[in-house]
Design a protein around this ligand. Structure first.
Ligand code: SF4
Length: 311
């Protein structure tokens, strides 16, 4: 459950300290329903506030250009932590931590982890503060528990779809992902062969991801076959700061070296409606890795890193 009051309280504290004249307020899609309340609270405190209404998928997506254009001296990004470094104007982050009880479902299903010696924990920003208690419990059950840290992220155990290194950088017998859905745990499979277990707090289940993983890897192999057979390739490029791949011309050259015709398709937010009518045998994605899993494109999408690993 979203604790809006807490988000507003944290936001006002940040605003008070930063003392901006005008704020560009940005929140991910899951928090958009609260953004008007947050903006009102900021304005009540005496600071002008503009709501950024374009989609925000992650902390990779800081709207510096828009902020400059509408003369905001602060970007306020709700829901994530910094992953892009310094921005102009400055960006302040207000992370959101969920109050969900994940220890009780873990206690219920912990036997499924029996026999695993070393476990690396992974979760998203919303649940990172729960990890020390999870570690304590699993250690009492006889496991060795590691909470690693990505050098690009703020908290130990915190992962992103594009950065699972908090879990994969460790030498563990298994990774335990705590959260919901398969998006993040399947994302981890791109980077490691280590078995992955998922504590799905919405479904109240703990399971080994191996079946889903097998299917996912099969789909990835099929996409690489499709790439090898393709004659026309669209290269998806995002201009978002942390998604932009500066090697796009090299990538195009490499693809053309294989006898294919390749076009670079540059856009800020990558979405299928922008390329309707352009026909490609396959789309090669150089931006956010999760775009590869999106099934809404007319052509199959494969990450450039997937192609490189298949060579
Ligand atoms: S690149 Fe993708 S996975 Fe990484 S932060 Fe951005 S939206 Fe999330």
């Amino acid at each position: 459950m979203l604790n809006t009051e807490k988000i507003i309280e944290d936001t006002l504290r940040v605003v008070k300290k930063a003392k901006p004249k005008r704020i560009l307020l940005q929140a991910p899609e899951g928090l958009k329903t609260k953004v008007k309340d947050i903006a009102s609270a900021i304005e009540k405190q005496g600071t002008k506030c503009v709501i950024y209404a374009d989609p925000t998928y992650g902390a990779c997506d800081i709207p510096e250009k828009t902020a400059k254009m509408i003369e905001c001296d602060l970007i306020l990004h709700i829901g994530h932590t910094n992953m892009v470094g310094k921005t102009t104007p400055k960006t302040e982050y207000v992370a959101y931590f969920a109050d969900t009880d994940i220890l009780t479902p873990l206690k219920k299903h912990a036997l499924k982890l029996k026999g695993i010696k070393t476990i690396a924990l992974a979760t998203t920003i919303q649940l990172v503060k729960k990890l020390p208690k999870i570690k304590e419990f699993l250690e009492k059950q006889g496991h060795k528990v590691i909470i690693g840290k990505s050098k690009n992220l703020t908290y130990a155990g915190q992962i992103l779809g594009c950065d699972p290194t908090a879990a994969t950088g460790e030498n563990a017998d298994a990774i335990l992902y705590l959260g919901s859905g398969t998006f993040h745990p399947l994302g981890i499979t791109r980077y490691t062969k280590t078995p992955i277990y998922v504590l799905d707090i919405e479904k109240n289940q703990l399971y080994d991801l191996k079946e889903e993983r097998k299917l996912y890897e099969k789909k990835t192999i099929l996409k690489t076959i499709k790439y090898n057979d393709s004659k026309t390739v669209g290269i998806l490029v995002s201009t978002k700061k942390a998604q932009f791949n500066k090697n796009i011309f090299k990538i195009k050259k490499q693809i053309e070296f294989e006898g294919k015709k390749a076009d670079i398709l540059v856009m800020d937010n990558i979405s299928p409606d922008k390329i309707i009518g352009m026909q490609f045998d396959i789309l090669v994605n150089t931006a956010c890795p999760r775009i590869e899993d999106d099934l809404v494109y007319d052509s199959p999408v494969v990450n450039w890193t997937t192609i490189l690993h298949s060579k």
